[in-house]
Design a protein around this ligand. Structure first.
Ligand code: FDA
Length: 304
């Protein structure tokens, strides 16, 4: 119930504009967002890198409806890639296709994200195309394939274990050597296309994570689920799989203790660092994932 409520709230325009403009909103968003500016995001990246943990930077934004907004988002990403190269950061970038104009047209989004992938390829970095709701699944996969054919190894995408189609999609991407981030999935999807029960999503995740990690293609296992992470640890111990054949990925502000522990154990760990004034839909999806986060929000409300 709460999950559906917060996912619905994530698309509410009035509450979004009220929250993004209020100082209280900005304050509570700090729980999951590394700041409002590129400088703040780079400072957070340096701190995380100093602990032996890699970063993927996300300049928050999605569902843009004007070409100028899409171009402005891209400009921030080009700046991030310049900073990554100039400061030799252990970081790459993550972007949503609706942030670079996919709702306006696929051609526009492919041109803009293509320029980003080209830039990343030039500096030896990488662009991860985040996965959004199911209306975008096939188009996101197809665009990743086109771009990987042009800039091999410089682009990858995200697979969501809650979708029935994901197992086949993973085989399709691995056959082309395309890097995958495996997550459970953060959007509301109908039972016709997605497992409605969490235990089924978790079981599919475990099956698919083993497939990704042993594929020979470098994949990211994005989860904070400690039981699943324990299963991966046991799998590595049993099979002798190289701890660096894959990486764990977690969100900024979530399970920092576990991020550090895994890095100390010799696993690759990458933290997803989102920043920027358009934090609202991202933040609401994080509340949907864990009702306890709402208590955190409430505590801050009464403190201020
Ligand atoms: P699950 O939801 O089962 O949570 C397991 C445990 O983790 C919880 O009990 C809690 O302790 C902790 N936890 C989880 N979420 C938390 C939160 N928000 N705050 C505090 N604790 C939390 N989705 C998508 O659809 N497209 C995408 O591109 C991405 N990209 C992405 C990148 C990275 C690096 C991560 C980690 C996640 C994503 N996701 C995503 C989100 C993903 O689909 C999923 O919604 C969340 O990761 C929550 O699922 P868990 O696997 O953590 O497990």
């Amino acid at each position: 119930m709460l999950r559906s409520f917060f996912i619905a709230l994530s698309t509410n325009k009035s509450f979004r504009s009220f929250s993004e403009q209020s100082s209280l909103g900005r304050k509570v968003s700090q729980r999951f967002v590394a700041g409002m500016t590129v400088e703040q995001a780079i400072a957070a990246t340096r701190q995380i890198n100093a602990e032996g943990i890699a970063v993927t930077l996300d300049s928050l934004g999605e569902s843009v409806t004007e070409v100028a907004q899409a171009e402005a988002s891209a400009a921030v990403y080009h700046r991030l890639l310049d900073e990554i190269a100039a400061k030799d950061l252990n970081a790459n970038v993550s972007v949503k296709l609706t942030q670079v104009g996919m709702d306006i047209g696929d051609e526009l989004a492919e041109r803009i994200v293509g320029e980003m992938v080209q830039h990343a390829a030039q500096i030896g970095s990488f662009v991860r195309i985040d996965m959004e709701g199911s209306p975008y699944t096939e188009r996101t996969i197809a665009m990743t394939e086109h771009l990987n054919a042009r800039f091999p190894g410089a682009v990858g995408t995200v697979m969501q274990a809650y979708l029935y189609r994901t197992e086949a999609d993973i085989e399709r991407l691995l056959a082309q050597g395309i890097r995958i981030r495996l997550c459970k999935g953060a959007y509301k999807e109908p039972a016709e296309i997605a497992f409605p029960a969490k235990p089924d999503v978790d079981a599919n995740y475990v099956k698919l994570m083993k497939r990704c990690a042993t594929s020979g293609v470098f994949c990211g296992l994005a989860t904070h689920d400690e039981a699943i992470i324990d299963q991966m640890r046991a799998f590595v111990a049993q099979t002798g799989l190289d701890k660096k054949a894959f990486e764990f990925q977690m969100l900024y502000g979530v399970r920092r203790d576990l991020q550090r522990k895994l890095a100390r154990e010799g696993f690759g760990v990458r933290v997803y660092v989102p920043f920027g004034p358009e934090w609202y839909p991202y933040f609401m999806r994080r509340l949907a994932e864990r009702p306890a986060n709402v208590l955190f929000l409430a505590k801050n409300f009464f403190k201020s």
